[in-house]
Design a protein around this ligand. Structure first.
Ligand code: SF4
Ligand code: SF4
Ligand code: SF4
Length: 285
């Protein structure tokens, strides 16, 4: 139609109203459409089109086709939007604590890591626990391909490991001593009682507590002889030892939530000392 209009005009662009010319132009228009979308082919050979496009209006036809498919695709995507939140927040399969990436010890904060990490993946290839994985687009475009910590079967951040902080060439993960690493809080364990087998199956467990290197998870009285985990946030460093060992599937009953600005955790010894000091103060009265 567009090429018909174009060809039915005279040299000066004026429509001369000549019916023969219209028939001729319609024929040429059909011929050009045939060139654009050959019947014998399942799809047009777009490599042939550009050279012919300026003369026949194929560019317009292609433009309309691509615009139409773009609009249809966009409309389809928009139509699915109401269903995405339902899928993305399905509490049976989605761990909402994983909406922010857990960044490596030494990376100081999410903002610092995003600014300096070039996604070279040196830390990923050298992590002895293989828990550093490149992100997709799940944490946003500006975090794509950058590493984040993942915890799964018996894989967690080793208590005294500092490999990634030593190998990063861009200052995204700054060097830490083993002592500094052992108190660097990159995340905090979040306990979900409604998933824990002690609560759901009335059976004893406590694997998370046994595997915590900082004793941030303590088993506390629940029902009869059963005990439930309790996380002491100030002792937790977010190493993922508890999450990796928890037997609950598909989402664990204890999960690491990222700390966006890394903190310094307390050591249990200090806690005990503080408690003793408090007791001694009370005793004085
Ligand atoms: S500190 Fe070690 S175990 Fe933890 S993420 Fe870095 S390389 Fe992996
Ligand atoms: S509670 Fe979990 S994440 Fe926190 S220090 Fe203990 S094992 Fe590591
Ligand atoms: S390991 Fe998991 S199931 Fe077992 S007590 Fe800890 S949170 Fe509950």
């Amino acid at each position: 139609m567009l090429s018909h209009r174009r060809l039915s005009k005279g040299k000066n662009g004026v429509n001369n109203g000549n019916s023969n010319c219209r028939i001729l132009s319609l024929s040429l228009s059909l011929a050009s459409a045939e060139r654009c979308f050959p019947r014998k082919r399942e799809s047009p050979d777009y490599h042939e089109i550009p050279a012919f496009a300026g003369m026949t209006g194929c560019d317009n036809l292609n433009y309309r086709r691509s615009r139409r498919s773009f609009l249809l695709t966009g409309a389809g995507a928009i139509a699915t939007l109401p269903f995405i939140p339902a899928w993305a927040t399905n509490s049976e399969t989605v761990d909402v604590t994983k909406l922010t990436p857990v960044t490596p010890p030494g990376s100081k904060s999410l903002a610092h890591f995003k600014k300096h990490c070039t996604a070279c993946h040196l830390c990923i290839t050298h992590c002895p626990q293989q828990i550093l994985k490149p992100a997709g687009f799940n944490f946003g475009w500006d975090y794509a391909f950058k590493p984040h910590l993942t915890f799964y079967e018996s894989a967690f951040c080793n208590y005294e490991c500092t490999v990634c902080s030593e190998i990063c060439p861009n200052g995204a993960i700054e060097r830490l001593t083993a002592e500094e690493k052992s108190v660097t809080q990159i995340g905090i364990a979040r306990f979900d009682i409604e998933r824990c087998v002690v609560y759901t199956d009335h059976t004893s467990c406590g694997a998370c507590s046994e595997h915590c290197p900082t004793r941030a998870v303590k088993m506390e009285p629940y029902e009869g002889a059963l005990t439930l985990p309790h996380v002491y946030d100030e002792l937790c460093i977010g190493c993922g030892g508890c999450e990796s060992i928890c037997p609950v599937r598909p989402v664990k009953a204890i999960n690491i939530q990222a700390v966006e600005v890394h903190q310094t955790a307390k050591k249990e010894k200090e806690e005990q000392i503080e408690e003793v000091d408090q007791d001694s103060l009370d005793f004085g009265f």
